[in-house]
Design a protein around this ligand. Structure first.
Ligand code: MG
Length: 536
């Protein structure tokens, strides 16, 4: 069987800026991240996903880029980047990076030239002589962003921007722009990376507006980009951010050539299932997202650097989820999401956090963990928009949480210093020493999962349990089979699974939230309990 690396292992999402500052300037950097590769390897990370680290005025956490071929001088240089990739590779860790092609910063030299009417660069962006009538449609950040077309005095025209007005959209309909994008892809692959997390893919290929004179090249453009990528490095991947309807998903995989997509439906319904203590919403989402091409793979996540987008739930379902995990207005964002970290959403309750991770590690697909969640970091709700979950990594109980030798205002990102989730209570060094810590528990869980390739790659089915609070899933691959049971409810439950006698006799428990009696009895599960079995 062809082994595809992205179907195994674990992806770890990290912000270079917030991870570790190696030179005391208050800003996390590439050498800092490189110094922590052993920590990541020990956790079981097999692929690092780096959030943007290119030169940027940093008005949208680096997604406003001024040089798509560079490294922000605060983080180091291209040499430091290559060293990171090399040393990660020595530990069996691949590196993928964010690929932001939808827009640039308005300070990018291309846009500065475009505003002045440069014959080549003018057409790198999308302009209109008049303000299009649909300029208030398709706003990505409601309440923060007022329009998608803004007037530029120098150009004396309106320019299009899906996101903030300082992020003009690139004109994908222009073949020169598409060629430039392919060059960017080839450049980074040549430096040794294993692929890209593609930002905002639908916006790259959707037509700009009803009046757009250049209908976008749509999926053929993605296909072209994938071709250029695969020619340079056969096993490099595209992991797309595309929160789209189920009907559209097929095209992203088959025509667009994405290897992976984030499973947004599963994420939203997992939170709904946790809120309602009912596995059925999650099962529905898994069934709806099943059946993707065999070579492709879902990327599952609990949290990431953005808000949890609950936009695909009904109003009532969303209200239920808000009430359970973010009842206060300041915990919510854009009317659709939660701007909170995993641990505080679950009330800092270790049993519920373990349950959530156990689900993540056993769902069909590849798990993605957001930095800091492995130690149960919290959020800082005093920060604006999506920033509460973007605070500094908490390494130790030293001043500044061990993130940087600099202090106070010199820090590029705040450190959570007080309360239940402050760095004195929650940090990697203390958890390293404590055999019962969250970090050591998660390491163990990841290790067991690594020995069960069925979880990530197997054919799966949901087994009836006669209790909506208990989710039972079986995974088969390469002649092996595993079983995962999860009790979403707070109280003790029994799962009445029907299994052939020989399979029941061959059950071997691999991992559980506690110790249970003989497995041949009806399956007991403590409140928020979980049990993984191998079927021999
Ligand atoms: Mg630094």
């Amino acid at each position: 069987m062809l082994q595809r690396w992205y179907k195994h292992g674990l992806i770890y999402e990290v912000s270079v800026r917030a991870f570790l500052d190696s030179n005391g300037d208050g800003i996390g950097d590439l050498p800092g991240l490189t110094a922590k590769l052993d920590y990541l390897a020990t956790l079981g990370v097999t692929c690092l996903w780096l959030l943007p680290f290119q030169p940027s005025p940093w008005r949208d956490d680096g997604y406003d880029i001024t040089d798509l071929y560079g490294v922000h001088p605060d983080f180091g240089n291209l040499g430091d980047f290559v060293q990171l990739v090399e040393q990660a590779g020595d530990r069996g860790i691949r590196v993928i990076i964010d690929l932001v092609l939808n827009h640039t910063s308005n300070e990018h030299p291309w846009f500065l030239a475009a505003r002045e009417g440069h014959p080549k660069f003018r057409d790198y962006y999308v302009w209109s002589g008049r303000r299009p009538p649909d300029a208030e449609k398709g706003i990505v950040f409601p309440g923060v962003q007022k329009t998608t077309w803004s007037y530029d005095r120098a150009a004396r025209q309106y320019y299009f921007h899906r996101f903030y007005d300082f992020q003009p959209d690139l004109n994908v309909a222009n073949p020169d722009v598409r060629e430039e994008m392919s060059k960017i892809v080839e450049f980074w692959v040549q430096l040794g990376i294993a692929g890209f997390r593609m930002d905002a893919v639908p916006f790259l290929i959707e037509p700009v507006s009803g009046e757009d004179p250049h209908p976008g090249p749509r999926f053929e453009f993605l296909h072209e980009l994938r071709g250029r990528l695969s020619w340079r490095r056969g096993d490099a991947i595209l992991l797309g951010e595309a929160n789209v309807e189920r009907d559209a998903i097929e095209d992203y995989y088959t025509v667009g050539g994405m290897h992976m997509l984030f499973n947004f439906p599963a994420n939203q319904h997992l939170w709904l299932s946790l809120a309602t203590e009912d596995g059925r919403p999650l099962v529905r989402a898994l069934e709806e997202t099943a059946g993707i091409p065999a070579a492709d793979q879902w990327a599952n996540f609990l949290r990431n650097h953005d808000e949890i987008d609950l936009g695909r739930l009904s109003d009532e379902e969303r209200a239920t989820t808000f009430a359970a995990f973010g009842p206060r207005k300041r915990m919510q964002l854009f009317g659709r999401g939660l701007r909170r970290r995993l641990a505080p959403m679950l009330g800092g309750d270790r049993r519920r956090i373990e349950l959530a991770f156990s689900l993540l590690l056993t769902l069909p697909g590849t798990p993605v963990i957001y930095y800091g969640d492995e130690i149960g970091m919290g959020e800082d709700l005093s920060l604006p928009e999506r920033n509460p979950v973007r605070t500094a990594m908490q390494w130790s109980s030293d001043r500044g949480g061990g993130f940087s030798a600099a202090t106070g205002n010199a820090l590029a990102v705040p450190v959570i210093s007080s309360g239940e989730f402050g760095y004195r209570s929650v940090n990697a060094a203390d958890q390293e020493r404590d055999p019962d810590s969250m970090l050591r528990w998660l390491r163990g869980a990841i290790r067991v999962r690594t020995e069960c390739p069925e979880f990530g790659t197997g054919a799966w089915k949901v087994l009836p349990t006669r209790d909506p609070g208990v989710l039972a899933m079986r995974f088969d691959a390469g002649g092996g089979a595993v079983l995962a049971l999860h009790n979403l409810a707070a109280d003790r439950r029994r799962a009445a699974l029907r299994m052939p006698a020989n399979e029941r006799a061959g059950l071997r428990e691999l991992f559980a939230d506690g110790s249970y009696d003989d497995v041949r009895r009806p399956f007991e599960l403590a409140g928020h309990g979980y049990r993984w079995f191998r079927i021999e």
